[in-house]
Write a protein that binds this ligand. Structure first.
Ligand code: HBI
Length: 355
């Protein structure tokens, strides 16, 4: 590589980096920035004000946070409030675009997708969720038609929810394996990790915990307080413990001591970063056979995939979790989800786009 490429990473407008509001995409931005800086790229991150991301300096942009796409109806119009941080983020990107070789968008929003053709082939997108609204589906399809290869998804399953046949890239995901420590002998407890919001289906894991009598550690940001309160009221006997939204180190410290991670999502999870965090600690994953986790978990080898929304099958899988070899879980993470593997996939994508 002659001179190092200059990259601008434009973060999600739903919350500052480090707040947990951005869910899995916060970890994705950090991992991509980390591996590419290691490979000599010049990284600039632009994100809502008060964002923090380890040692990365961030261009902080003010404005009203964007409505969560997963709370919208399928036929909702595009929302762009006055002084929207999304608009402000992209006004900034337009202003500085000529200083960068590649601009990577992490927002699941109409505006950056619509702008793609005006950025002369240097604006590319990681779409962070499955299909949710007609207006986003249309924007994704148009962008791929006008600028083939400019969109990447985490998984094939996720891409298919947009009715796509090709013209896109699948990045999968990754994590810093050195931050996750293998645990051979767990305590008699289960883990549930994620944004506490209706699309994540926490109530099913709580009911499974009550039925098996195995304590359930719950970790993640409470995004929908009413939803959380309802779960507590409806399951007062369940042996659950809420540990809050934890840093990666504190999260893995708790997660590694669990017999399994339970994934009970209602929606088609685009990937499921929490699944590879569990595998990296040697924790098997029990998940609904829906979305990204179906491409991560080796059924019967590194966890169990069960019929979606079937709590009986969830309970059965929990009761046979000891059949899974915890070391095999860690080894899968090392093979498929290292930062190096992600770095290779990202560079493949970049070179496809640049050439
Ligand atoms: N909603 N409108 C919108 N834009 C985003 O970028 C967005 C979102 N909802 C959730 C989200 N991003 C992140 O939590 C992803 O990691 C899923």
């Amino acid at each position: 590589m002659n001179k190092p490429l200059k990259l601008l990473l434009v973060s999600t407008p739903v919350g500052p980096l480090g707040s947990g509001l951005g869910g899995g995409v916060e970890l994705t931005v950090l991992n991509i920035a980390t591996i590419l800086r290691q490979r000599g790229y010049k990284i600039t991150i632009v994100a809502p004000e008060t964002s923090e991301l380890e040692s990365f300096s961030i261009v902080e942009i003010p404005g009203i946070l964007q409505t969560l796409a997963q709370t919208q109806n399928r036929d909702d119009p595009v929302i762009l409030s006055n002084n929207s941080v999304l608009t402000n983020l992209w006004n900034y990107a337009i202003k500085v675009a000529d200083q960068y070789d590649i601009i990577v968008n992490f927002a699941y929003d109409w505006l950056p997708l619509f702008l793609t053709p005006f950025f002369k082939g240097k604006l590319i997108h990681l779409v962070s969720m499955s299909s949710l609204t007609d207006v986003m589906d249309q924007a994704v399809q148009n962008t791929i038609k006008q600028c083939p290869g400019s969109i990447a998804f985490y998984t094939q399953t996720q891409a298919e929810t947009f009715g796509l046949k090709g013209g896109y890239f699948c990045l999968s995901s990754a994590l810093k394996l050195s931050e996750y420590h293998f645990c051979k002998q767990p305590k008699n407890q289960l883990a549930w990790v994620g944004r506490i919001s209706p699309e994540k289906g926490l109530e099913d894991a709580v009911i499974a915990s009550a039925r098996t009598g195995i304590p359930l550690l719950i970790m993640g940001k409470i995004q929908d307080q009413d939803y959380w309160q309802k779960i507590i009221q409806n399951n007062s006997q369940a042996p659950i413990e809420y540990l809050g939204f934890l840093s990666t180190d504190k999260l893995q410290e708790q997660l590694r001591q669990c017999r399994a991670l339970v994934m009970t999502h209602r929606w088609i999870e685009a990937f499921g970063n929490v699944a590879i965090e569990a595998l990296a600690c040697g924790v098997p994953v029990i998940s609904y056979r829906r979305g990204g986790p179906t491409e991560i978990i080796r059924d019967g080898v590194t966890g169990w995939l069960v019929e979606p929304d079937n709590i009986n099958q969830l309970v059965n899988a929990i009761q046979k979790i000891d059949q899974i070899d915890r070391l095999a879980c860690r080894q899968q993470a090392e093979r498929e989800y290292s930062l190096e593997a992600l770095g290779d996939r990202i560079e493949q994508w970049f070179f496809q786009v640049i050439s």
